[in-house]
Design a protein around this ligand. Structure first.
Ligand code: GDP
Length: 299
């Protein structure tokens, strides 16, 4: 929580700071409400959330004197209420043997790192974990996953760069089934420059996986980088069109004041938010908690 709070309140444009002072012994009028709405939009929470918060705050208080603390309490409550719908930890159904998790997202979003963190966490839970280096376009991504594998003592299925990712996913799942693995985490390429290619590849991976297990992939998780702000919403739009996204993990919340976009994503898609990344280390992944997040955001 400390790191999340430090990250979200880092920049001077953080929400709490822009609210502080706005309402010091001021009457709640249209002008102050406009300023609040603007502060919320600046903080990437989106127009829909800003409007909703404005209405909640006005109700029964319009024209009355109001202070920062009350505004923050209402704001935190509203944000937490919206985020509650998305509070859904990632649960591995080991009985599926394996539970197959497909990780998608644009290059640089933190996909590989997050797979490494999840693998380490599942292993600590006593599960038998396998990773597949499905971003076969980038040699660096393959190497990086191999390093995470060594770090956490989890086997990584790899092929040379340029190999067919779907073939790799198929082989990995076959091996995981044969050897009784509980969970298989599959990395994928995130080349947004070529949407047709991206769609074709993800569709093919899903198709070959289903040949071995009709119910797989059991989760398709979109990894979003908080520092991209409002752009994260566009990424959900794009990936919703190319894959059946079942949940989201947002990374880099330790280093940004732009975490407000998570509220916009939650409000727009009502999608499970499984976890948040708060650093580059193997343990820097936390289950998403709506109340804690709202508190850190509002300050
Ligand atoms: P990929 O291209 O989507 O696989 O992204 P990577 O996993 O390679 O991550 C890109 C960069 O972001 C790397 O330098 C990671 O160390 C860094 N990164 C990933 N997650 C986090 C996080 O939660 N916090 C911070 N500060 N950095 C992160």
């Amino acid at each position: 929580f400390g790191r999340l709070k430090a990250g979200l309140s880092r920049s001077s444009s953080s929400l709490g700071q822009s609210i502080s002072g706005l309402f010091k012994k001021r009457k709640l009028d249209d002008e102050t409400l406009d300023e609040l709405e603007e502060a919320l939009i600046q903080a990437d929470l989106g127009v829909a959330v800003a409007t909703e918060v404005r209405e909640a705050l006005s109700k029964g208080r319009f024209g009355k004197e109001i202070g920062d603390d009350e505004v923050k309490a209402v704001l935190g409550g509203e944000i937490s209420r919206i985020l509650k719908y998305s509070e859904k930890p990632l649960v591995v159904e080991a009985s599926r043997r394996p539970h197959v998790i497909l990780m998608v997202g644009v290059n640089g979003s933190g996909k590989t790192t997050t797979i490494g963190k999840l693998a380490s966490r599942f292993k600590a839970q006593g599960l038998k974990v396998m990773m597949a280096a499905g971003d076969t376009f980038r040699a660096a991504a393959i190497e990086q996953l191999a390093v995470w594998g060594e770090r956490s003592g989890v086997p990584v299925v790899t092929r040379p760069a340029g190999s067919d990712a779907a073939g790799l996913a198929f082989d990995a799942l076959e091996q995981a089934k044969r050897e009784g693995y509980d969970v298989l985490l599959i990395d994928t390429a995130g080349r947004l420059q070529n949407k047709e290619g991206l769609m074709a590849e993800l569709t093919k991976i899903e198709r070959v996986i289903k040949k071995l297990d009709e119910s797989a992939p059991h989760d398709t998780i979109l990894v979003l980088d908080a520092t991209t702000g409002q752009n994260a919403v566009n990424q959900v739009d794009v990936f919703e069109r190319v894959a059946k996204i079942t949940g989201v993990i947002m990374t880099k919340l330790d280093g940004t004041a732009r975490g407000g976009v998570l509220v916009a994503v939650s409000k727009k898609y009502w999608m499970p938010i499984h976890a948040i990344g708060v650093g580059e280390g193997i343990d820097d992944l936390q289950d998403f908690n709506a109340d804690a997040f709202a508190k850190a955001l509002v300050g």
